[in-house]
Write a protein that binds this ligand. Structure first.
Ligand code: CIR
Length: 256
């Protein structure tokens, strides 16, 4: 169960952030509206929100998930793989220190983006990507082990079209993983029940289970129907302005 989420709205220079996708520039007003709807959905899931101010020093800072890995007993501050995002960690640290009894940090030369870390109960999948390097993954695995969690690495450096592991993987609870086709046959996921996502609905894979609901991006009807058929209550959210900047549902909040 989660009880809180940290969120930060995009700033006016949001469109200056990083993106690899050619979907056009995001509309700032619409991004704010979509962010507000996302926050309402988190509240509907029962979460209390911790609102951070927009931070224009970092155009990508609305994607708060990339700055930390949270577990019930503490937090691990990441060291984002994109140089322009490294400074985002400092302000999250102040907020997390109010809630977390123990705080560790990934150290140079390690880099980790929170979007590469998929918690699945007592196990963590750690994506090796263009943002999360081996040194960072090893440090994180060690820190997680010190809390009693196991972890395994999933190399996505050759998987086209996904920025982070969680762009193509989500944990629903109940030993169930949502996976895109390109990851479906990885041996790392043996022993889990897999929920597949059609190739033309891949963006939908970055869904988030929060208490009694699964938040999903709007516009992926086959996938949403699959979740409903499996007994999940879904809340569909417009994400177009975040998709333009390579971001998904999970990256807009840090849940704990
Ligand atoms: C970036 O490239 O870092 C941002 N524009 C998007 C980050 C999305 N984060 C995530 O999926 N966890």
């Amino acid at each position: 169960m989660f009880s809180r989420a940290i969120i930060r709205p995009p700033g006016t220079n949001y469109a200056e952030g990083l993106t690899r996708v050619a979907l056009g520039a995001p509309d700032y007003e619409r991004a704010l509206q979509q962010h507000a709807a996302y926050c309402e959905a988190l509240q509907r899931c029962g979460l209390k929100l911790i609102h951070l101010e927009a931070d224009e020093r970092y155009p990508d800072s609305t994607f708060v998930e990339d700055t930390a890995v949270l577990i019930p007993a503490g937090a691990i501050l990441t060291r984002p793989g994109a140089t322009s995002r490294m400074g985002e960690v400092e302000s999250i640290k102040g907020t997390l220190s109010r809630f977390c009894p123990r705080i560790d940090s990934i150290q140079e030369p390690g880099t980790v983006d929170g979007g590469d870390i998929c918690e699945a109960g007592n196990h963590f999948f750690i994506g090796l990507s263009n943002r999360t390097n081996e040194a960072g993954a090893l440090q994180l695995a060690k820190l997680l082990a010190s809390y009693g969690y196991t972890s395994s690495f999933v190399d996505i450096r050759n998987v086209k079209d996904i920025l982070h592991l969680k762009s193509g993987l989500a944990y629903l609870g109940d030993n169930r993983l949502v996976v895109i086709e390109a990851l479906a046959y990885r041996q790392e996921f043996n022993g889990y029940e897999l929920v597949g996502v059609n190739v033309d609905e891949e963006y939908g894979a970055n869904c988030v289970r929060i208490n009694d609901y699964v938040l999903v991006a709007a516009g992926y009807p086959v996938f949403e129907q699959t979740l409903r058929g499996a007994g999940y209550k879904t809340i569909a959210l417009e994400m177009t302005e975040f998709q333009k900047m390579d971001g998904g549902l999970s990256c807009l909040s840090l849940r704990f």
